[in-house]
Design a protein around this ligand. Structure first.
Ligand SMILES: Cc1ncc(C[n+]2csc(CCOP(=O)(O)OP(=O)(O)O)c2C)c(N)n1
Ligand SMILES: [Mg+2]
Length: 298
């Protein structure tokens, strides 16, 4: 009699192309980017930060009721968008506006949604940051965490039936994996062999709940094998690693008609959910500092 151990004892490695100084690690296996694409990635990452700064300040001033930044997650936002085709259908969580930015959604269009003005495509019926754009194949963000995941599998199955040369890419946070919908979606995608790429942004926290209170497995990547899905762990601060992993995942999803799971490891940068009427008090800024994690070893 032999019980399977609860852990393999060895952590799954993290795919990286760049070292801590931003230099390419010798012998790395990665996709070469043209100068044009590299500059576009960099400029979109800067635009995302600037947009966040303006909207976050507007929220703190009470001009909009709600905002979430992508601070520290610019690379996963933009490099994953760059690795996809415009026909790929995106089902986001809420911290991925960079995909829309990459696809040409304008800052004015972001502002229209956040302010719920007459030009907002959602006609002011959604909370701020719940963007959606049919033109950009970006399905409107849903507030209830993880509901997008089983929906993504259904859409991917329809692409499969129509024999489309495209896949569905859906994003979730580590917190999203604590929802039943995450597990249903993974299993559903494996048995239907749906062309869907699940990208899990593991930044270590679901608001104030640390991952140690969410799961005991070696992160998210190991869940793939449990459901019969190919998976990889990637350093989310490494643009070349994110681009190369998502590019390869997309190719596999479409050419082999299968789901792929990508766990992206990120540093947590404080973003507090506060209504504009509430002010940050010193103890909260202190807690927030406590939440900042060191760069994950794996
Ligand atoms: C079903 C559901 N439960 C709770 C919430 C409240 N909520 C909003 S964001 C969030 C944390 C999600 O964390 P994670 O998925 O790790 O994303 P992150 O904010 O770290 O990017 C929670 C619990 C919600 N929106 N939906
Ligand atoms: Mg999280």
């Amino acid at each position: 009699m032999r019980f399977l151990s609860e852990s393999s004892g060895k952590r799954i490695p993290c795919y990286r192309v760049l070292n801590e100084n931003g230099e390419i690690i010798t012998g790395s296996d990665y996709e070469q980017l043209s100068e044009e694409v590299s500059v576009k990635i960099y400029s979109n990452m800067v635009s995302l930060q600037m947009m966040d700064t303006v909207f976050y300040e507007a929220q703190r001033q009470g001009r909009i009721s709600f905002y979430l930044t992508s601070a520290g997650e610019e690379a996963i936002n933009i490099a994953s968008a760059a690795a996809l085709s415009a026909d790929d259908i995106i089902l986001p969580q809420y911290r991925e506006p960079g995909i829309l930015l990459w696809r040409g959604f304008t800052i004015q269009e972001f502002a229209n949604q956040c302010f719920g003005n007459k030009d907002d495509y959602g006609k002011g019926r959604q909370m701020p940051i719940h963007y959606g754009s049919k033109k950009h194949n970006f399905v409107t963000i849903s507030s209830p965490i993880a509901t997008q995941l089983p929906q993504a599998v259904g859409i991917a199955y329809s692409l499969k039936m129509d024999k489309k040369d495209a896949c569905v890419v859906t994003y979730t946070g580590d917190g999203g994996t604590s929802e039943g919908d995450f597990h249903a979606a993974l299993n559903f995608s494996a048995v239907t062999e749906a062309p869907v790429v699940f990208i899990c942004r593991n930044n270590g926290w679901a608001i104030s709940t640390h991952i140690s209170e969410q799961f005991r497995s070696d992160g998210i990547v190991v869940r793939g094998r449990a459901y019969g899905i190919r998976s990889i762990r990637v350093d989310g601060n490494d643009v070349l690693a994110v681009y190369s992993a998502i590019h390869a995942a997309r190719e596999m999803a479409i050419s082999e008609q299968r789901p792929v799971l990508v766990e992206v490891r990120l540093n947590f940068i404080c973003r507090i959910f506060l209504p504009a009427s509430e002010k940050l008090i010193p103890s909260e800024t202190h807690n927030c500092r406590k939440y900042v994690l060191h760069h994950p070893e794996n």
